[in-house]
Design a protein around this ligand. Structure first.
Ligand code: NAP
Length: 288
């Protein structure tokens, strides 16, 4: 068997294309969506992520507002920037690029973002909304994974899903989104003995660990849908996921590549959340 490749790059391009029309609709109702991206310091990886997000804004017609702050920005200054953006009617979504320099508390800063503008879905209010099955913003990476499953024709209902990793931004919200779609869900993590015992039974296997090629072919159930969230470097310095893709291709039914799988979907869902924020304000969609 050779697994079907789930093309996140193509799907994300389609989503961005569709968003263009939704942005135009918002403009026709009197408001062009605006996304503020806050970057503190000069972390090169963060600079690339921010650039990609700005590019997605250009593609969809969303106005981008860049706030580039120096490395030595104080917590008080950063909180003031967030407060200004919270109060700015032109800004519909606020994203603080993580990681922040070590002297700044991400928890405090994310907590200062208005939940109505929390398009990354990291605020505790958004987390609580997801936990209780309400309509808050969904964290972009697991939200993108749900779209990839849909694209693969994989309805989670009645399936057994195993997630590797329990972070607040991927593993935990992923489990809640799959539960919402009536999957039976197990999360495994660094304290789980015999991880392969679980993964071998999974109809849906989602790896969000951060360990290059940790998922080997013998850990995968034949025909499973495998989603690789990991972003790592292999022994040759090349970008790779948590899954040994080449080997797992022979066992899985469908698989996401790295790059070109989950990564582009994260950005597409960020843009989708931003447009959704405006649609809610304009009454075109259920409000928070
Ligand atoms: P994280 O906060 O470091 O969490 C990693 C999780 O993996 C933790 O729950 C950890 O368990 C678990 N883990 C670590 N080693 C393990 C092992 N040997 N066996 C089983 N579980 C293990 O990472 P994250 O932010 O969720 O990100 C995970 C990966 O996804 C990273 O490679 C990251 O770069 C990537 N990522 C990609 C995107 C994208 O857009 N493509 C977005 C976000 C993240 P404990 O909780 O027990 O420590």
């Amino acid at each position: 068997m050779t697994a079907k490749i789930i093309d996140g790059k193509a799907l994300s391009a389609n989503i961005l294309d569709d968003l263009k029309n939704r942005v135009a609709d918002c403009e026709a109702h009197g408001h062009r969506p605006g996304l503020a991206v806050v970057l503190v310091g000069e972390n090169p990886a963060s600079q690339v992520y921010v650039r990609n997000k700005m590019r997605a804004c250009e593609k969809t017609g969303v106005r981008s507002i860049e706030k580039i702050l120096p490395e030595d920005t104080t917590e008080a200054q950063l909180l003031q920037t967030i407060e200004d953006l919270n109060n700015d009617p032109e800004v519909d979504g606020i994203l603080v690029q993580l990681p922040l320099p070590p002297h700044l508390s991400a928890e405090l800063v994310i907590g200062a973002i208005s939940p109505k503008k929390d398009v990354d879905g990291f605020h505790v209010v958004s987390a609580g909304e997801l936990l209780t099955g309400r309509t808050g913003f969904r964290p972009c990476t697991p939200y993108g994974v749900m779209k990839l499953l849909e694209e693969a024709g994989c309805n989670p209902e009645g399936k057994y899903a195993v997630i590797l990793g329990r972070s607040n931004i991927v593993g935990k919200p992923q489990a809640l989104m799959l539960l919402e779609k009536n999957a039976t869900v197990t999360i495994v993590h660094s304290h789980t003995p015999d991880i392969a015992h679980f993964t071998r039974q999974a109809d849906i296997l989602i790896a969000a660990v951060g360990r290059a090629k940790m998922i080997t072919a013998d850990m995968v159930k034949p025909g499973a849908v495998v989603i690789d969230v990991g972003m790592n470097r292999d022994e040759n310095g090349r970008l790779c996921g948590d899954v040994d893709t080449k080997a797992v291709m022979d066992v899985a039914g469908a698989i996401t590549p790295v790059p070109g799988g989950v990564g582009p979907m994260t950005i597409a869902m960020l843009m989708s959340n931003t447009v959704e924020a405006v649609e809610r304000n304009l009454g075109l969609r259920e409000s928070l």
